[in-house]
Design a protein around this ligand. Structure first.
Ligand code: TEU
Length: 641
């Protein structure tokens, strides 16, 4: 259907992008999507009165440039649907040489640990050569390892070590931008009219070529006096956006992927991959959208006109194997024992980080019939409605239920969810939910177990982030001088410039800083990450929550993860069985049945709750003895008798 200003809200809601955008706006206003449907009949031209006609026009253009809902996709079973992923932030995982920075040897030393925990696939945040303006998300050389982290030989040993233990490994592909120190960037700056000039967005002019804003505060353009050009950087000034409309750039990205696939990696997580296609001409962003979403210009690149085409091409030219890799993974049986090497996967896995993409627009990229991504991270789960990462608030776990209910309703055949809420860009979900109460070890343990239970029994592929297995919590930073993240540092400066007091600025940054999740892994009660001085200070002083202590205590969160992962591995119903919610309207209560047999039950509140009748007679597999009440944040798994 062709959209115009005369289209009605209900038509917009029937389009996958329209539906996601409008729902996103409603969520930001703290409203439920049902509230919107009462306005289904209004024409969008009417909205122009409040939102301005440029907003309405942007919406119309965006919807017209994308296809309608995709048809149902085939349900072909893939290895990654059965897998448990584990994200490592290499800088903070394990340091083998005492320089305070985690490294590949450190990871290799811990592979037995990860195999014992039961993970099937590692995802490593960037390990490539980088000046680290954004901790490796600014790559200088895609075919070299960051010197602090090791060498290519170490990378090979790491890949082999994973495969030998029955684990796959994926790396982080950051190709929306490169470091300003990448040789392409240097060549572009030296000769903007030469072959590399068109690798980036270099523009002449008296002022910024448009009003787009950077995700890390300030304008998205930096002036390069040496060449008298402006360069586009949606992130830090040293992260220059690549021009994907240039076929040479797309060829380079595909070559990088094949090069690593040949070495044996099993695929990539693709950093901000939905930002690669920018609207032709880089038009001005709507100021109103900018105010609503904080990022002026976003409507011109969050789902650009060529996004789908470029992903299909990258899948074909980069991720589809042409040669056998150096090594492949050994099969792991459902009892955990190892078998023979598997044949190579014909296509490496593509896990997309897609910011601002909702359930239905996500299906345009990752449904099984779209030939683009395999999985994507949907970020709508991260904050409860009406809140953003930099608000000081307590996350309402009832929203987790709403989120998964909504996903189950709006997804269709061929859709598969990446289940996650912790990563290196977000404060810990455990702390967001407990809201300070995690200083009580019993609450901390209960919330840690509840999150594990949900993540490992929900329909979808779990992505754990390092530290979840020891119930890691936010770091009680006490001043800006302790933070290392460029986003936090820039944001603090920008808030002060806007007139916030230092105290207000600090509170906001402390609520949302990405450094909460980047502090070193707590291996031992007194640290254990490094023998030197860690690059980012962080220590968890609460007794009982280091790996060593958790491992020694059979009631710990660590063993809970261990038991759940093992249970999942041997239980087909928990991996691919259908999902039916039990008493979904009951507040503070989340329960569902997987595969008609497994009953999962959770108390979403910090108070005792009466226990409702289960859907059938069942026997407890994991959890405290059942009595008439659910304890605070209690969670359990049972099986039909
Ligand atoms: O993050 C993308 C991203 O936009 C966010 O998660 C980000 O932390 C926040 O929105 C900024 O306001 C990815 C990486 O995960 C992140 O670490 C990088 O900094 C970023 O891309 C740029 O490469």
């Amino acid at each position: 259907m062709e959209f115009t200003r005369a289209s009605r809200l209900r038509d917009i809601l029937a389009h996958p992008l329209g539906s996601d955008i409008v729902r996103q706006l409603a969520r930001q206003m703290g409203r439920s999507p049902r509230w919107l449907t009462t306005f289904g009949g209004i024409r969008i031209s009417w909205l122009a009165r409040f939102l301005g006609s440029d907003v309405v026009d942007s919406l119309v253009t965006l919807l017209n440039s994308h296809p309608d809902r995709p048809g149902p996709g085939p349900e072909v079973k893939q290895w990654w649907q059965d897998a448990v992923f584990y994200q490592i932030y290499p800088r903070s995982f394990a340091d083998s040489d005492g320089d305070g920075i985690g490294d590949l040897r450190g990871i290799i030393d811990r592979l037995d640990y990860l195999a014992e925990l039961g993970v099937d696939c590692l995802w490593l945040s960037p390990i490539f050569d980088s000046p680290n303006e954004d901790m490796g998300y600014d790559i200088r050389n895609y075919r070299a390892i960051m010197s602090e982290m090791g060498t290519l030989e170490d990378a090979d040993a790491l890949i082999d070590g994973c495969h030998e233990r029955g684990m796959r490994i994926i790396l982080d592909l950051v190709v929306n931008h490169t470091s300003a120190e990448h040789p392409w960037a240097r060549a572009a700056a030296a000769d903007p009219d030469g072959p590399y000039g068109d690798y980036y967005f270099l523009r002449q002019g008296q002022r910024e070529p448009n009003n787009w804003r950077s995700f890390f505060s300030g304008p998205a353009w930096r002036y390069l006096p040496e060449t008298d050009r402006w360069v586009l950087h949606l992130f830090a000034p040293g992260q220059w956006d690549l021009n994907w409309d240039n076929p040479a750039v797309r060829g380079e990205a595909a070559d990088i992927v094949s090069w690593w696939l040949d070495r044996g990696v099993d695929g990539f997580r693709l950093d901000v991959i939905n930002l690669i296609s920018k609207s032709p001409g880089l038009p001005e962003g709507s100021e109103i959208i900018g105010e609503l979403l904080q990022f002026t210009g976003i409507e011109h690149y969050f789902f650009g006109p060529k996004l789908h085409d470029y992903l299909v091409e990258l899948r074909r030219n980069g991720f589809t194997r042409r040669r056998p890799p150096r090594t492949t993974v050994r099969h792991r049986h459902t009892d955990g024992t190892l078998g023979d090497r598997l044949p190579p996967d014909p296509v490496g896995i593509m896990v997309g980080e897609a910011i601002g993409i909702g359930v239905e627009s996500g299906a345009l990229l990752a449904r099984s019939n779209q030939a683009a991504l395999d999985l994507l991270f949907n970020f709508d789960v991260l904050e409860s409605p009406g809140h953003s990462r930099f608000d000081t608030y307590t996350y309402d776990p009832n929203y987790l239920k709403e989120y998964y209910l909504d996903y189950a309703q709006r997804s269709g055949p061929g859709d598969w969810l990446a289940v996650f809420w912790d990563n290196h860009d977000n404060p810990r979900m455990l702390s967001k939910i407990a809201g300070g109460a995690e200083s009580d070890p019993a609450i901390r343990t209960a919330v840690g177990k509840l999150l594990a239970t949900l993540q490992l029994t929900m329909r979808g592929t779990p992505f754990l982030y390092q530290g979840q297995e020891i119930a890691a919590i936010n770091q009680p930073f006490s001043s800006m001088s302790e933070l290392r993240d460029i986003e936090s540092i820039n944001r603090y400066r920008a808030l002060l410039e806007q007139g916030w007091s230092p105290q207000q600025g600090w509170e906001s940054v402390l609520a949302g800083t990405r450094d909460h999740a980047r502090v070193p892994m707590q291996w031992e009660p007194d640290g254990g990450f490094t023998t030197g001085t860690p690059w980012l200070a962080g220590c968890d002083e609460a007794p009982g929550f280091s790996v060593a202590e958790q491992y020694a205590n059979h009631d710990s969160v660590w063993w809970w993860y261990h038991a759940l992962i093992a249970l999942r591995r041997r239980t087909e119903d928990l991996r691919s069985g259908d999902l039916r919610f039990h008493l979904p309207r009951r507040r503070h209560y989340l329960a569902y049945v997987r595969g008609g047999r497994y009953f999962i039950e959770m108390n979403l509140s910090g108070r005792m709750q009466p226990r409702p009748k289960p859907p059938f007679e069942c026997d407890l597999i994991l959890g405290p003895p059942r009595n008439s009440h659910l304890a605070p944040y209690e969670s359990s798994v049972s099986c039909r008798r």
